[in-house]
Design a protein around this ligand. Structure first.
Ligand SMILES: *Cc1c(COP(=O)(O)O)cnc(C)c1O
Length: 379
């Protein structure tokens, strides 16, 4: 149906074989493949963290808040331009989400200055999001969190493989959360990862993942444990072996796939930077040694007065799929009456943002098709 779709899986025979091997092995729930995935992921991030694989990115975020004991009476400062999971989990643990605005029209990530201005005695944690795979200003944000003794959670769902000052995104804050949903850079269908340095937090994350139990089904199967204790209340946020096997393969492809995304983004920039009526964010992170983005999506900003819906319709007529990242929370029924704080830049960007197709197997010809269709849509 689409000439160029928003996203395509970067899968080949390796993924099918990996799933078949697991199914044929006779052990399909969390086991040795998951341990391999966790250990590979932790080493990939530089080895300073431990990784706990989970059923999805939202579970990762929920567990991060639980492990930090965030609950009723606490406030959590959250990026304003992000997926709704980030504020849903805060609400569901009984805490209050407070939004901090984007830094600027060039840097859509959470503003360190606005974080600091929204800190109160009740603030217990900050959730930052590395939007589109571009790193937040982690030095400034880490310093603020240290100064006020607030926990720092990185939602790294867009940013596996991205770096800031040589450090992997997700390994900088107290807890890093990743999503491996279908359309993410590392894709297993439904899956996620939580990473942390503090052994107490890591232990707590393991308990929350699996009913607070001290022994896993695998340990009992292998005769290593007969029974188990329950150390704390917990959930079932486990991943299974099929997805972990996909994760192992996808992780091995990540660096090359992100590199391919980078080339495609640079081609987009070459073709779009002088086009009237649009602007491209985060250009300051390109060709800058401080940053290595993971190029998760390709967002553009339409000028004020351009009718986004008609641009989307015109692209669609040309067979080009596009999307929006993200509608503002205040537009959702569940949050329209919530007092989330003022975020004028984010609210404006939400109305004008348009996401163009980007995936590692995309061709330069497809980039040209998209850019030509966009130029037609803008006249
Ligand atoms: C995808 C995503 C999530 C949620 O991840 P799921 O695996 O779909 O639960 C959270 N935050 C951001 C920024 C995301 O892009």
């Amino acid at each position: 149906m689409w000439k160029v779709q928003l996203f395509k899986l970067n899968y080949d025979k390796q993924e099918s074989q990996a799933v078949k091997d697991v199914v044929d092995s006779g052990w399909i729930t969390m086991g040795e493949k998951t341990k391999e995935f966790e250990s590979n992921f932790a080493s990939y991030l530089g080895g300073g963290v431990e990784a706990v694989a989970v059923s999805n990115g939202t579970a990762a975020l929920h567990m991060a808040l639980l492990a930090l004991d965030v609950g009723v009476g606490d406030e959590v400062i959250v990026a304003s331009l992000t997926f709704v999971a980030d504020i849903n989990v805060v609400k569901l643990v009984g805490a209050t989400p407070i939004l901090a605005d984007c830094t600027s029209y060039e840097d859509w990530n959470i503003s360190p200055a606005d974080i600091e201005s929204k800190i109160t005695k009740k603030t217990k944690a900050v959730i930052v999001v590395h939007y589109a795979g571009y790193s937040c200003d982690m030095d400034a944000i880490s310093n603020i969190c240290k100064k006020y003794k607030i926990a720092l959670i990185e939602d790294a769902s867009h940013a596996p493989g991205a770096k800031y000052n040589g450090k992997y995104i997700g390994s900088i804050g107290d807890i890093g959360c990743f999503s491996f949903f279908t359309n993410k850079n590392l894709s297993v269908g439904e899956g996620g990862m939580v990473v942390a340095k503090d052994p107490k937090i890591v232990q707590s994350l393991r308990y929350f993942r699996s009913h607070g139990m001290t022994a896993l089904t695998l340990d009992r199967h292998k005769g290593r444990a007969v029974t188990y204790d329950v150390e704390q209340p917990g959930l079932n946020y486990r991943i299974d072996e099929m997805r972990s096997a996909l994760g192992v393969i996808q992780l091995s492809k990540l660096e090359k796939a992100n590199k391919q995304r980078e080339l495609l983004v640079k081609e987009y920039v070459r073709q779009l930077k002088d086009v009237n009526k649009i602007n491209l964010p985060f250009l300051f992170q390109l060709e800058n040694d401080k940053y290595l983005p993971s190029y998760h999506i390709l967002p553009i900003l339409l000028d004020v007065g351009i009718d986004r819906l008609s641009v989307i319709a015109s692209l669609k007529d040309d067979g080009i799929q596009s999307s929006i990242h993200y509608p503002s929370f205040q537009e959702f029924t569940a949050y329209k009456d919530a007092n989330l704080g003022k975020t004028p830049i984010a609210n404006d960007i939400s109305k004008r943002e348009l996401t163009l197709p980007l995936y590692p197997t995309m061709t330069f010809e497809e980039v040209t098709l998209v850019c030509d269709a966009l130029k037609r849509a803008l006249v």
